[in-house]
Design a protein around this ligand. Structure first.
Ligand code: GAP
Length: 460
């Protein structure tokens, strides 16, 4: 197993660039700090993460519906929610190096002065070089329409959650949902982070996967416990190693004033434990705040008990980029493999993705580019694609190298068409990424065998 040394992250970032998972944004212009583009394989990976979340949170449930709200909303939304007044981090400036730091990140940040290169910024504070902390609002501001004045100021949303609260009545009235029920949304959010970093872990533009679960007030604790377990389990079901995942309950002094409980699902990254997702009890704060702000009644009338109440909210809030990076880091491995015939050993880089998360599920190869093998291989490709299985065709290079290339991008299964397929018993080879074992099966069994393998896959 690849050791979680500091340079492990560098090797993963390098693989991401080399194989087309993640690129520095605007790289041809020298790049832009903390902005990333997802390449061909990264786009598939991220799509699979979102599909797995949507499937678990919306498609397979009767009590949750989906939503896709606008990024730019009425500016009053952010005043009512408290973001205009309070969505800020405390910022300090170093008088010597002119660096600007988040006050709560000083331990992890280094002074920018050449003379002090690498020394923790907190030492600058101890030496009195830092200014007094001041609040810095993280929302990106822009203007809607042709006139740039204070009346046209709008914000890029810093979370997807508020679009759900502002649509609470619309959803209740149009879908006849009644508490306990949830509304789920996936979409871009923007925060002008002071200290972005650790690859796509903290960026200024990112995607969130959030669900607001509206419950009768006396059911809040029960649903909170349910969602902490369910969300933790979702990462395990999708292949994350249990020894690198933990739940961390927030201490009282970490909680927002309206929150009575929050648990983070954390992952042990090469740079230490970090938040992957937060599950919070938000009480009736958001609906009450918007009711006050817009002057509309956002309570719910329960026909059965003939009572009216403002639902409480339990919110599992995950980051899509952070989840994709976690699946990548968790899947990454460097293994020593020995060729049985030659006795030679080499390091194989492999991503042990769950087949649901892997950018490519099956790669199909003709052993050589002739003798009817490409045609037989294409038949299998078509059948798998018709069944909705992400399939890649490759006929270039030695077969061993083709296997290694697929190991490196995490393709769980490779199918090879050879002479036996076109001139012998018609069978093809199925190679398993994790065990590197091979078996021969009839081409007519390919779809069923692949489906069975995907279903039965377990992290070794
Ligand atoms: N509605 C609640 C909310 O937004 P949050 O803890 O601020 O809570 C939820 O964000 C999740 O969004 C985080 O657990 C993280 O996965 C992701 N996230 C937050 N800020 C991020 C950033 N700057 N870059 C990447 N992901 C981020």
């Amino acid at each position: 197993m690849a050791k979680a040394t500091p340079d492990l992250m560098e090797r993963i970032v390098s693989l991401c660039k080399r194989r087309g998972f993640v690129f520095q944004s605007s790289e041809i212009y020298g790049g832009i700090n903390s902005c990333y583009d997802y390449g061909p394989l990264g786009a598939e990976l991220k799509r699979n993460v979102k599909n797995a979340w949507w499937e678990a949170m919306v498609v397979r449930r009767d009590d949750i519906v989906g939503l896709d709200s606008a990024i730019i909303q009425h500016p009053e939304v952010w005043r009512s929610s408290g973001h205009v007044a309070g969505f800020s981090d405390l910022l300090v400036d170093c008088k010597r190096c002119k660096g600007r730091f988040r006050e709560d990140h000083l331990d992890a940040m280094a002074c920018l002065d050449r003379e002090f290169c690498g020394r923790p910024a907190k030492v600058c504070r101890e030496e009195g070089l830092m200014t007094e902390p001041r609040a810095f609002n993280l929302m990106f501001e822009t203007h809607a329409g042709p006139v740039k004045d204070s009346a046209s100021v709008v914000y890029l949303r810093p979370e997807t959650a508020q679009g759900i609260f502002t649509n609470f009545l619309n959803v209740v009235n149009s879908s006849r949902m009644a508490p306990p029920f949830g509304v789920a949304q996936i979409g871009k959010s923007f925060r002008n982070e002071i200290t972005p970093g650790n690859f796509v872990f903290r960026t200024r533009e990112f995607e969130q996967m959030e669900m607001e679960f509206f419950v009768p007030p006396d059911q809040s604790d029960r649903w909170y416990e349910y969602w902490v377990e369910e969300r933790y389990d979702w990462y395990l079901r999708n292949g994350v190693r249990p020894d690198r995942l933990r739940k961390r309950v927030h201490a009282d002094d970490e909680l927002a004033h309206y929150s009575s409980g929050c648990t983070d699902v954390e992952y042990e990254y090469p740079f230490g434990w970090g938040e992957l997702e937060g599950i919070a009890k938000r009480g009736s704060y958001d609906l009450e705040a918007h009711a006050k702000g817009c002057g509309k009644d956002l309570s719910f009338f329960d026909e059965a008990s003939k009572t009216r109440y403002v639902p409480h909210v339990v919110e599992p809030a995950a980051g899509c980029d952070r989840a994709a990076m976690t699946f990548l880091v968790d899947a990454y491995d460097e293994e020593t493999v020995t060729d049985e015939k030659t006795g030679k050993s080499e390091i194989r880089t492999v991503l042990h993705f769950h087949p649901r998360i892997a950018p490519i599920t099956v790669a199909v190869f003709p052993l050589v580019k002739k003798a009817g093998m490409p045609e037989a291989a294409h038949k299998i490709v078509d059948e798998l694609r018709d069944a909705g299985i992400r399939t890649f065709y490759d006929e270039k290079g030695a077969i061993g190298r083709r296997y290694r290339r697929q190991d490196e991008v995490g393709t769980p299964y490779c199918i090879t068409v050879d002479g036996e397929t076109v001139e012998g018993d018609g069978s093809v080879t199925v190679r398993d990424r994790d065990s590197m074992g091979q078996e021969r099966i009839a081409p007519s069994d390919v779809l069923a065998v692949i489906r069975q393998k995907i279903k039965a896959w377990r992290r070794a």
